[in-house]
Design a binder for this molecule. Structure first.
Ligand SMILES: *Cc1c(COP(=O)(O)O)cnc(C)c1O
Length: 488
C-alpha cells in the first residue's frame, strides 16, 4: 500500500524555545570570556581524566539530550582538558594563542554559515580582500593570486601543485609520466615534514626530495644545492622546484632566500617559500635583509593561526602567476558555472584555486583582527616575542645548569638541562623526563625536538600573552625538576 504523504513536516533542528537557547548562548559566551581572561591562573595542561574520557564513549545517540545538560557535559568534561595554547606559558610546537575577538568573529561566521566557495555574497568579497592584504603583507604584486586554507601544510601542497603544473601542464591530465625524466625537488634537511608529504601526494615521491645539508646555523648550504643540481641534471633527472625556509620548525633558521632566488632564476626553477610562522616578521623593516627576498618567490605559504594569533584554522598560500594558479586547479563543471546575474553570479569560484570546494568563512576572523589591531599592533607583538626569546636565551646562557643547543635567530629557543655529571647518553632521557614533569605540574608547555640526535627542550614563542617573568618561571622550574631528578 502506498504510504500517505505528509503535507506538513512540523519538525526542524531549530530550538523548541529560542529564548531558552539564547539564554544558554549568553552563558556560554560569559564562560568563554572568563576562560580566556583567567587562562594564566590555571595549569597550562591538565591530563584528561578517566571520567572525562569515559563520559563521551557511548554508541551514537538515538535520542536527544537537553541542551543545558549537554553544555554542562562540555563544561565539565571537555573544556578543562584543553591544550591551553591561550596560556601565557604555552610555547609548544608552533601554535598561536588566538584572541577573544577571533572567537567572536568565528561565532559570527558560523552564524552566517556561508560556504565561501561560490556565489555573489559578501563573504566571497571579504575572502578576496584578505587575500589582497596577504599579498601586500608579503610584498607580492597586485597581479598575484592566493587562497586561504586550513594551514601551511595545505598551503604548501597547493603551491607544489602549481609548481608541478609549471614544470609540465600535461601532468594534470596525463599524470606524472607525461614527463619522462624523474622530477626532483630541493630543500634543506630542516624542511618541514608536510612539504615531504606534499611531494608524496603530487606523485613525485619523497625519495626525490633532495635534503640539502645545512650549516651550523641550520641554513641550507647553497653550494651543496648547486652541486646536487649539477649532479642530478647529469644523471638525466629533471629539477623543477626549490623550497626555501623562512623560519624552520626546529630552530627558526631563515635560509639565505636571496641566494635561493638567484639560483632558482638561473636554473629556471620554481621557488616556493615555506614561511609558516617565519614569514610574518616580514612586516618588520629590520628583517628586510633576511626576508625581503620572499618578494622574488613564485609562491609563499604562511599561517595566520601561528604568529598572527588568529584562531584556528587560518593559513594562506600566495602564487605569483595567477593565470597558472587557476590553470593548475580549474575545471569547467556544469553545476559550478557562473551566471550573469542572481545568486550564482559573482567572483570566480574559489574551487578553481585549490582542492577544497566547501570552505568556511575563515576570512572574517582574519579581516576583523587586521582591522581591529592594524599591522602596527602586530608588529609590536612580534617584536615583543623576539625580545622575550632573546631574554630567555640570555637566561639560559647565564645559567650553568642549562645549555643553549642552537642559535636562536627568531622566536625558537632550544636548550637542555645539563649538570655536567650524567653521561651525554643520559641527557636525552633526563631532559625528556624533565619536560614531561613540567607539563604534569602544569607550569609551562614548551615541547621538544632532536638536534643532531640530542633531545632538546624547545620554546617556540608566538604567544602574545607571555610576559618576561613567565620565562623566569620556566627556567626556575626546569632547574628545580632537573635537580630533583639528578638528586642534587
Ligand atoms: C607549522 C608549520 C607547518 C605546517 O603548518 P600547519 O598550519 O600546521 O599546517 C609547515 N612549515 C613550518 C615551518 C611550520 O612551522
Amino acid at each position: 500500500m502506498k504510504q500517505e504523504i505528509l503535507l506538513e513536516a512540523a519538525q526542524s533542528l531549530d530550538p523548541v524555545s529560542w529564548s531558552q537557547l539564547n539564554q544558554l548562548g549568553h552563558r556560554m559566551l560569559d564562560d568563554l570570556f572568563y576562560y580566556l581572561e583567567t587562562a594564566g591562573k590555571r595549569p597550562v595542561w591538565t591530563k584528561p581524566s578517566q571520567d572525562a574520557k569515559d563520559s563521551i564513549q557511548e554508541p551514537v545517540p538515538e535520542n536527544g539530550l537537553d541542551t543545558t545538560a549537554l553544555y554542562e557535559l562540555f563544561a565539565q568534561n571537555i573544556l578543562p582538558y584543553n591544550t591551553s595554547n591561550m596560556h601565557p606559558r604555552f610555547w609548544g610546537w608552533v601554535q598561536g594563542g588566538g584572541t577573544a575577538l577571533g572567537m567572536l568573529a568565528d561565532m559570527l561566521a558560523s552564524g552566517m554559515n556561508t560556504n565561501v566557495s561560490i556565489g555573489d555574497n559578501m563573504p566571497m568579497y571579504v575572502d578576496k580582500q584578505v587575500v589582497e592584504w596577504s599579498k601586500q603583507m608579503m610584498g607580492f604584486p597586485d597581479t598575484a593570486s592566493g587562497l586561504l586554507v586550513s594551514g601551511a601544510s595545505i598551503a604548501n601542497i597547493t603551491a607544489l601543485i602549481a609548481a608541478r603544473h609549471h614544470a609540465s601542464a600535461h601532468i594534470k591530465s596525463k599524470g606524472i609520466r607525461a614527463v619522462p625524466e624523474q622530477l626532483v625537488i630541493y630543500g634543506s634537511a630542516e624542511t618541514h615534514n608536510c612539504v615531504l608529504k606534499g611531494v608524496e601526494v603530487i606523485g613525485i615521491g619523497s625519495d626525490n626530495f633532495r635534503k640539502v645539508p645545512v650549516d651550523k646555523n641550520y641554513r641550507i648550504k647553497t653550494d651543496e644545492l648547486k652541486r646536487m643540481l649539477v649532479q642530478d641534471r647529469k644523471a638525466g633527472l629533471r629539477p623543477f622546484c626549490i623550497v626555501g625556509n623562512a623560519g624552520t620548525v626546529n630552530t627558526g633558521a631563515i635560509d639565505p632566500l636571496h641566494k635561493l632566488a638567484a639560483i632558482a632564476r638561473e636554473e629556471k626553477l620554481w621557488l616556493h617559500i615555506d614561511g609558516a610562522f617565519g614569514a610574518i616578521p616580514k612586516l618588520l623593516p629590520e628583517f628586510d635583509d633576511e626576508l625581503k627576498a620572499i618578494e622574488q618567490a613564485d609562491s609563499v605559504s604562511f599561517d595566520f593561526h601561528k604568529w598572527m594569533s588568529v584562531n584556528y584554522e587560518a593559513g594562506c598560500v600566495l602564487i605569483r602567476d595567477a593565470g597558472l594558479h587557476r590553470e593548475a586547479f580549474a575545471s569547467a563543471v556544469n553545476y559550478l558555472a557562473l551566471h550573469e546575474r542572481g545568486i550564482s553570479a559573482g567572483p570566480d569560484g574559489l574551487q578553481n584555486y585549490g582542492m577544497e570546494l566547501s570552505r568556511n568563512f575563515k576570512a572574517l576572523k582574519i579581516w576583523m583582527m587586521l582591522k581591529a589591531y592594524g599591522l602596527e599592533q602586530f608588529r609590536t607583538i612580534i617584536r615583543q616575542n623576539l625580545q622575550q626569546a632573546q631574554y630567555l636565551a640570555s637566561l639560559i646562557e647565564q645559567e650553568p645548569l642549562l645549555q643553549l643547543m642552537a642559535p636562536a635567530p627568531l622566536n625558537i629557543v632550544c636548550f637542555r638541562f645539563n649538570p655536567g655529571n650524567p653521561a651525554p647518553t643520559e641527557l636525552n632521557p633526563l631532559n625528556k623526563e624533565i619536560l614531561m614533569q613540567l607539563h604534569e605540574e602544569g607550569i609551562a608547555a614548551p615541547t621538544y625536538t632532536l638536534l643532531n640526535n640530542q633531545y632538546v627542550i624547545r620554546v617556540a614563542h608566538t604567544n602574545h600573552r607571555s610576559r618576561q617573568k613567565d620565562f623566569d618561571v620556566l627556567v626556575q622550574a626546569i632547574i628545580r625538576i632537573g635537580n630533583r631528578l639528578t638528586g642534587s
